[in-house]
Design a binder for this molecule. Structure first.
Ligand code: GAP
Length: 435
């Protein structure tokens, strides 16, 4: 059964080295997190899975990596300087600040006697800094709040250099920064996060068809990664929820322990961004279709998702507790492509006679998979540790291995064990992992 309490995941992440509070030795930095040895591997696997589905397995999407520091002209054109804000209210009694749209019935969560709010005011969520040694006029730059603008401003460059034509997409993964008023729920909402976005440029008349297509594709992606269907739903935005650039958005939502929450947004950005940048930069950002002899500004469908938020959902969905051999165990039933390690190589004991063979096996498998080597503690405890961090397969090297040139593969989910020849170990592992 998936985790029912966020604390189950928060504790496991801290205890096993997935996620630590940032700057913890100084008391922590509110709502910032560092990814430890296991978390950084898993986060990378989430991004790789996205690139695999969005770029590698398609012939119509290219990847770019644009700058984080962005001049104000870009966000003036995109509308972020004017519109990328949340409505902020102050409680004049408890002196706390809240997002007005997140307050149930406009009640102060502190519920003190006589709590009263100020009028709402727009609070821009972009982080501003300055470039160069002198602070002042003309040196302002912004940390991007979305990666999307890097793809719009490079539309012409990519069109010229990639030989793509609509329908085609530009994808990007990178850090985004938002000065969130109410960050929280662990890595669900933080002020810096890893955003994975794809701008899909299509002939305007085909917009609705591709919007439907990307909603289905993206939902299937979460299902393929093992999130149960009953923990996912697609929700259409009400008109008052839409971002300034969107004429229609659907969210893929996940059933978090605190309720349904957004995992991914799929937006119809129309030709808004390309037209704005064309106007502000005085450059042509359109496409000439030679077959129809038509020039048009493509419409854009944008699936956008945070890697960290997906990681939280994947951990919650994969968390399980069962009883093995009369003993309770915690297991992360992660998809093998997402687990930090695909294989753990475990010599039965820390004897000199076993270690060299175990190291040779680890070295061979490591060329293809992320593998751990662990020779401390009793074998049962090592299996439990691997179960708890989601490693799908353990390879145990025992004293018989020195004689019969075979090892034992143990499966995380079933705990079944099977003896295989070392010569066929790699193919047996590939068969079980599915890659
Ligand atoms: N370019 C469109 C865009 O940025 P968004 O709905 O604001 O759309 C996209 O963000 C995704 O980014 C969200 O669905 C969520 O997964 C993730 N995200 C947004 N704000 C976040 C935050 N403060 N912390 C972690 N992830 C966040």
């Amino acid at each position: 059964m998936p985790a029912t309490d966020l604390e189950q995941i928060v504790n496991l992440c801290k205890r096993r080295g997935f996620v630590y509070p940032s700057a913890e030795i100084y008391g922590g930095f509110r709502s910032s997190y560092d990814y430890g040895p296991l978390g950084s591997l898993m986060l990378r696997n989430v991004k790789d899975a996205w690139i695999r589905a969005m770029v590698q397995e398609r012939d119509d999407v290219v990847l770019i990596d644009a700058a984080i520091l962005t001049p104000p002209q870009v966000f003036e054109a995109s509308g972020h300087l004017a519109n990328f804000s949340d409505p902020l209210v102050d409680c004049i009694v408890c002196k706390r600040r809240f997002r007005q749209d997140q307050l149930a019935d406009r009640e102060c969560p502190q519920k003190r006697e006589g709590c009263q709010f100020t009028e709402a005011r727009a609070f821009n969520l972009m982080f501003k800094t300055h470039a160069g040694p002198v602070e002042g006029e003309g040196t302002d730059v912004y940390l991007r709040p979305e990666t999307a603008q890097g793809m719009f401003v490079n539309f012409g460059n990519v069109l010229q250099t990639s030989r793509k034509k609509p329908p085609f997409g530009i994808a990007q993964i990178g850090k985004a920064f938002r000065n969130e008023i109410t960050p929280g729920n662990f890595i669900f909402r933080t002020r810096e996060f890893d955003l994975m976005e794809m701008e899909y440029f299509v002939p305007p008349a085909d917009g609705p068809k591709w919007y439907q297509y990307w909603c289905e594709q993206r939902m299937q992606w979460f299902l393929d990664l093992g999130i149960p269907a009953d923990l996912l739903r697609l929700r259409t935005h009400e008109s008052d929820e839409l971002s300034h650039y969107s004429t229609g958005t659907r969210d893929i939502e996940f059933q978090f322990p605190w309720g349904w929450g957004e995992l991914e947004g799929i937006a119809q950005r129309t030709d808004f961004d390309l037209r704005q940048h064309a106007e502000f930069s005085h450059q042509k950002l359109d496409y000439f279709d030679q077959s129809s002899n038509e020039r048009y500004v493509p419409f854009v469908i944008e699936p956008a998702v945070g890697a960290n938020r997906i990681m939280a959902a994947l951990l919650l969905a994969a968390y399980d507790q069962d009883i093995i051999g009369g003993e309770p165990r915690t297991v992360l039933r992660l998809h093998p492509r997402l687990a930090p390690y695909q294989v753990a190589v475990l010599p039965l004991s820390k004897k000199d006679s076993l270690t060299p063979l175990a190291h040779r096996i680890h070295a061979a498998l490591s060329k293809r998979y992320m593998c751990e080597f662990d020779e401390t503690q009793a074998i049962g405890r090592r299996y439990r540790r691997q179960d708890e961090i989601g490693t799908p397969l353990c390879v145990t090297v025992d004293f018989d291995s020195l004689v019969d040139d075979a090892v034992t593969i143990r499966e995380r989910d079933s705990t079944q064990q099977v003896r295989v020849a070392i010569t066929s170990l790699e193919s047996e592992i590939s068969l079980r992992l599915g890659f």
